[in-house]
Design a protein. Sequence first.
Length: 94
Amino acid sequence: MVYTIKIGVRLNRTLKDRKDMKKILIIEDDETSAMIMEQFLSKMDVEISLAETGYEALESIEGNEPDLILLDLGLPDIKGMDLIKNYLEEPFQS
């Protein structure tokens, strides 16, 4: 938990330094985990999107690329690592 707090503090400072609202995509199939992340991040001046599946995330990313993606590696439809690999090979254009 301490590690998560350190990440949150750094993220908060980084996002506050930027002028425009930053977009964060949470890709998580567990409703409780997604809710906890969303509540934590909602305290910052960010736009939060949620996706429960890898395919839903891909649709969300296309044409609307987030600044940060929080990805569950154990999604029911696509392995998280495969999603990362595909994205790095052919990133979407905003």
